[in-house]
Design a protein around this ligand. Structure first.
Ligand code: G3H
Ligand code: 13P
Ligand code: ZN
Length: 326
């Protein structure tokens, strides 16, 4: 095997993380980040709750923060964790929704320990071909690969889908066998963003399709499953955004009890981005509305970071069950 580039940055791949999560019946959190404050909150929150963590970078985040900067940020976060916070937790750096072989290759070359190749919008055979190509390359460096079958509604990076297309359990065995992926993202009713369900007055959020998940588990015993679009869209923060000048009318997410149930199954990785965005926006709006003359970014980014860290500890402890498993 070629050199594990990610080891130099202090990262691990997801293989051992998922094995432990499967045995311990919890899910490893995968939090997206784009800037320093988000990263500090994620690492700080996971160190304090003793949780393994997957740091996720979308191709949009990569453009925003710069590939070289990201690599050093991840390395810095791990060092900060060890030296300043006195804690060492397993950290993976993962490409979220990679859409081409070249993008995955570039991330692997710059030290990512895990990549997702999202071929879910392609026909089945093309998805297999693309995913297998990435797996063959990634495994040379011991980088783990997540594939996807089934399409989530909402925005998947730059691709927007109107309707979800649930994963067909009849396809999963063939896909995993032919591609060699290490984990599989499936579509069972979650979706990306802050507006996951269109509810009429009096209606409640429809349950996730646990029947599909159970079928998938039967076909792939002990295989790590991934849930995207798993933010709960915490109403406290939506209300705060609306109170302080925002406009997020019908924002609604996946109820926490459903995520807890999923985390106790073969779901080993749960992706959360929107909830972090909501916290940061809510706090910044509040601080600036209450202190209109404030212009020092530390005065509003700092409280936003503190609140995000609190949310991460709460998720790890009460929803994913990953706390205490580092
Ligand atoms: O699944 C999408 C993630 O939330 C990343 O979003 O492409 O806006 O960075 P982004
Ligand atoms: P949310 O929009 O529900 O946070 O989902 C994030 C995600 O799936 C990133 O890949
Ligand atoms: Zn996603």
């Amino acid at each position: 095997m070629a050199k594990r580039l990610f080891e130099e940055l202090g990262l691990v791949n997801t293989r051992e993380m998922f094995k432990k999560a499967m045995a311990g019946k919890y899910a490893v959190p995968a939090y997206n980040f784009n800037n320093m404050e988000q990263l500090q909150a994620i690492i700080g929150g996971c160190a304090e709750s003793r949780s393994p963590v997957i740091l996720q970078v979308s191709s949009g985040a990569r453009k925003y923060a710069n590939q070289i900067m990201l690599r050093h940020m991840a390395k810095g976060a791990i060092e900060m964790c060890r030296e300043d916070l006195g804690s060492s937790i397993p950290v993976a750096l993962h490409l979220d929704h990679g859409d081409t072989f070249e993008l995955c290759q570039s991330c692997i070359e710059s030290g990512f320990s895990s990549v997702m190749i999202d071929g879910s919008h392609h026909p089945f055979e093309k998805n297999i071909e693309l995913t297998r190509q990435v797996v063959e390359y990634a495994h040379k460096y011991d980088v783990t690969v997540e594939g996807e079958l089934g399409v989530l509604a909402g925005i998947e990076d730059d691709v927007q889908a109107e309707h979800s297309n649930y994963t067909d359990p009849n396809e999963v065995e063939d896909f995993v066998k032919k591609t060699g992926v290490d984990s599989l993202a499936i579509s069972i009713g979650t979706s990306h963003g802050a507006y996951k369900f269109k509810l009429k007055p009096g209606e409640s959020v429809p349950p996730l399709r646990f029947d599909i998940l159970e079928e998938v588990e039967k076909r792939l015993p002990g295989f790590p499953i991934v849930l995207h679009g798993a933010s709960s869209v915490v109403q406290e923060y939506v209300a705060m955004i609306n109170k302080y000048g925002g406009k997020m009318g019908d924002a609604v997410g996946v109820p926490e009890d459903q995520l807890r149930r999923a985390a106790g199954s073969a779901v080993c990785k749960i992706n959360i981005d929107s909830d972090g965005r909501l916290v940061v926006t809510a706090i910044i709006r509040k601080v600036l509305a209450e202190n209109p003359s404030e212009f020092d970014p530390r005065k509003y980014m700092g409280p936003a970071r503190d609140e995000l860290k609190k949310m991460i500890i709460a998720k790890n402890t009460n929803v994913l069950g990953s706390a205490g498993n580092a």
